[in-house]
Design a protein around this ligand. Structure first.
Ligand code: IPD
Ligand code: CA
Ligand code: CA
Ligand code: CA
Length: 272
C-alpha cells in the first residue's frame, strides 16, 4: 500500500476514533485566550494519528497542532503535517462542521492532501499529478470568476481590525457575499469543489492550510499569501486561495493597499 492509500484509510479511522470518543465526556481547555479552545479529543486524536503513522513508517516525521514535532525545522524525508481537529470551536459548540486535515510532503515537495469532514464522512483528497477528489468523484477544473460574482470565504474577525480591517471591509462590499464556516480546511475543500470561489485568511498555521493547498492546486486553483507571495510550508502566514482569475484580482487588490501591506508586514514580517 502506498502512502496515499494508507493516508486515506488512516484518516477515516481517525474520524471513526473521534466519533466514538465524542460520545463520552471530554475536557475543554482554553489555550492562548478564552476563544482558543482545545479538548482531550484533539490531543488524543493527534496521538492516535502519530502512532498509526510511526507504526507503519518508523522513519517518517510528523508535525501536529497539539504538540508533536515542535523541533522539526526542515522538510527532509517524509513529513506529515496534521491538524487532528480543524474547527475545534465547531466541535465544542456544534459537534459537527469540523475536519481532520493532513498534508504530506516528500523532501519539501507536496505529495498528497487529505481533508475528512468527520460527521459527513466525506473525504477530500489529492495526490500531486493525479487530480483532486471528493470521495471517488474527481473534481472539475476550477472555473474563473470575478469578485462581483463570487462567494468568498472570510472570517468577520478580520473586518474589525484597525490597520487591515478596511481592506477586508471593501471585499465584503464588492463581492456577492461572504461565508464563514469555522474550519479553514473545510473552507479550502469548498474552494476546491467550487462552492466558494476563493477564501481569505489573515493568519493560518501549516496544519490549517497544507492539505487544502495541495487539493486546490490539483483542482486547478492557486494559493499564496494575501500579497501574492509563495507560502513557506513550515511558517504561519496569511492565505489567499481560489480560482486563478479571482486569485489575481484579489492579490492585485491587496497589494495596492499601502495600509494593508504595512499591517501584513507588521504581523508576518518581510518575506523571507
Ligand atoms: C482554526 C480554524 C478556523 C480558523 C482559525 C484556525 P483549529 O483551527 O481553522 O476556521 O479561522 O484560524 O486556527 O484551532 O480549530 O484547529
Ligand atoms: Ca486550535
Ligand atoms: Ca486548524
Ligand atoms: Ca486543530
Amino acid at each position: 500500500m502506498e502512502i496515499y492509500e494508507f493516508g486515506q484509510r488512516m484518516i477515516r479511522e481517525a474520524g471513526d476514533f473521534i466519533k466514538l470518543r465524542m460520545k463520552e465526556d471530554f475536557k475543554v481547555d482554553a489555550k492562548l485566550n478564552p476563544h482558543d479552545l482545545v479538548t482531550d479529543v484533539d490531543k488524543e486524536t493527534e496521538t492516535y494519528i502519530y502512532e498509526r503513522i510511526l507504526e507503519r513508517y518508523p522513519d517518517h516525521r510528523i508535525i501536529g497542532e497539539e504538540g508533536h514535532g515542535t523541533d522539526i525545522e526542515d522538510m527532509s524525508g517524509v513529513l506529515w503535517i496534521v491538524d487532528p481537529i480543524d474547527g475545534t470551536l465547531n466541535f465544542v459548540h456544534q459537534l459537527q462542521n469540523f475536519a481532520v486535515s493532513i498534508g504530506v510532503y516528500v523532501d519539501g515537495e507536496p505529495y498528497c492532501g487529505l481533508i475528512l469532514d468527520v460527521m459527513e464522512g466525506v473525504l477530500y483528497h489529492a495526490r500531486v499529478g493525479s487530480g483532486a477528489f471528493k470521495d471517488d468523484i474527481r473534481l472539475d477544473e476550477m472555473r474563473d470568476t470575478t469578485l462581483d460574482r463570487s462567494l468568498i470565504g472570510m472570517n468577520a474577525n478580520w473586518v474589525i481590525k484597525d490597520q487591515i480591517g478596511p481592506a477586508f471591509k471593501k471585499i465584503v462590499e464588492q463581492t456577492r457575499s461572504t461565508r464563514s464556516y469555522g474550519s479553514a480546511a473545510l473552507e479550502m475543500a469548498y474552494v476546491a469543489t467550487g462552492i466558494l470561489s476563493a477564501s481569505v485568511f489573515f493568519r493560518l498555521h501549516p496544519w490549517d492550510y497544507s492539505a487544502g493547498m495541495i487539493i486546490i492546486d490539483e483542482a486547478g486553483g492557486r494559493t499564496t499569501n494575501l500579497l501574492g507571495e509563495e507560502i513557506d510550508i513550515l511558517k504561519k502566514d496569511s492565505i489567499l486561495t481560489g480560482n486563478k482569475a479571482i486569485h489575481k484580482e484579489l492579490t492585485d487588490y491587496f497589494t495596492s493597499d499601502a495600509a494593508f501591506i504595512a499591517g501584513h508586514r507588521r504581523v508576518h514580517g518581510e518575506k523571507r
